[in-house]
Design a binder for this molecule. Structure first.
Ligand code: 3PG
Length: 415
């Protein structure tokens, strides 16, 4: 049974899609090379192809929608190349129309036969899919009003966009019986498990550069008791050192404080004085005028680029005793091989501990895929979600999941 905050969400197991037209909202929003327009990472398309393949095999007529980028950004591009990649992955012909709700799209949807796949254009080419509004409002949008009448079911597979109350996410569930796709189901089961597992200790290793969001996550997991310990790394660690009153070089301080609101920095100060379970590194690998050295955290000489060897040992020891581990954001500047030792070591320590381990954020997708089989097989889950994962871990309600709960209540799909 799939649940969100204790309430039921229907899945693909609860519906018979044979010979039905099904609208699937995926999140194949991918990084794009601004010069060539080429997609730089297709892992989200690979993930969603699982749900689409199942629907094809179950003889549904499958219409796929997704956003890509944000208006005026360089990655705000058509989904035509995504459709080609999807076609190669599925080994079936995937049709693409350069339209979303207009006559061309509607004709193509009408003609679609069971077992066929059609990809519509980037939903954010429509103004409506760029505004946040309640589900009731979006259920009356042009996007939903024009498309809903063609379909028997709406499948939300886009966990990574469930933190947005946008038309293509929250509008359909009030009009159509709506279920979770396999990617969304897998994400939600893994995240529910972090909270529900009774084994302790639960340890969160939080790094990366999304400072405001990560402070909210730390606040939620320590205050609610979900986490027994939080091991900070990356810029998050420098922020918490500052919050503890430790002096760091002026340029480093300016960089970190420039990325965080005053209000949340004050929050970090309160948290760190109240919760001893929030840990900061002992040392860092620093770079100073091209020279690389190890520097104690209380007397940093240079720019921190990775956690240092004593921190790796200290954190790895803690991880070896953990039963549930959540790791989000890299511990250092892992794009440079000189500064990925910390992250690699913590990943290895987490997996060798035998704990149920969930990795979050794009960086870990490639990293985990490069691990030797004996470690890779111990990974509990790798989330492809960015913001949505942070919202979930921060205890905020995700409108996309709320809409699925509501749809199940309205249409009584899963009983
Ligand atoms: C993401 O990559 O986090 C999702 O695709 C959501 O994209 P957005 O932040 O532009 O809504």
């Amino acid at each position: 049974m799939l649940t969100y905050m204790g309430r039921r969400i229907a899945t693909l197991d609860d519906v018979d899609v044979t010979s039905r037209k099904v609208l699937v909202r995926v999140d194949i929003n991918s990084p794009v090379n601004p010069q060539t327009g080429e997609l730089l990472d297709i892992s989200r398309i690979v993930e969603h192809s699982i749900t689409i393949r199942e629907l094809v095999e179950r003889k549904a007529a499958v219409v796929v929608v997704s956003h890509q980028g944000r208006p005026l950004d360089q990655d705000f591009v058509s989904l035509s190349s995504h459709a080609k990649i999807l076609s190669n992955l599925l080994g079936v012909n995937v049709n693409f129309v350069d339209d979303i709700i207009g006559p061309e799209a509607r004709r193509a949807i009408e003609k679609l036969e069971p077992g066929e796949v059609l990809v519509l254009e980037n939903t954010r080419f429509l103004a409506e899919d760029n505004v946040e509004a309640p589900p009731e409002v979006h259920s009356r949008s042009y996007l939903v009003s024009k498309l809903a009448p063609f379909f028997s079911y709406f499948v939300n597979d886009a966990f990574a966009t469930c933190h947005r109350s946008q038309a293509s996410i929250v509008g359909f569930p009030l009009r159509l019986p709506s279920v979770a796709g396999r990617v969304l189901e897998k994400e939600l089961r893994a995240l529910n498990r972090i909270v529900e597992l009774e084994e302790r200790p639960k340890v969160f290793v939080l790094g990366g550069a999304k400072l405001d969001d990560t402070i909210k996550v730390i606040k939620h997991v320590v205050e609610s008791g979900i986490a027994d310990e939080v091991l900070t790394t990356g810029l998050v660690a420098v922020l918490f050192l500052l919050a503890k009153g430790v002096k760091v070089p002026k340029d480093v301080e300016a960089k970190v404080l420039g990325k965080v609101s005053k209000e949340l920095f004050n929050e970090a100060r309160e948290l760190v004085s109240k919760f001893k379970s929030i840990k900061v590194p002992i040392d860092f690998i620093v770079e100073d005028k091209g020279a690389i050295s190890v520097s104690h955290a209380s007397a940093l000489r240079g720019t921190p680029k990775d956690i240092g060897p004593s921190t790796v040992e200290y954190y790895s020891h803690k991880l070896s005793k953990s039963k549930v581990i959540v790791m989000r954001g890299p511990a250092g500047v892992i794009e440079d091989p000189r500064f990925r030792v910390g992250t690699d070591s913590l990943v290895k320590a987490a997996l060798e501990s035998g704990a149920y381990t969930v990795f979050g954020g794009g960086h870990f997708i490639a990293m985990v895929s490069q691990l030797p089989e004996n470690l890779r097989s111990r990974v509990g889950h790798v989330s492809t979600a960015g913001g949505a994962l942070l919202y979930f871990l921060a205890g905020e309600r995700l409108p996309g999941l709320e809409a699925l709960v509501k749809s199940n209540e309205i249409f009584k799909i899963a009983t």
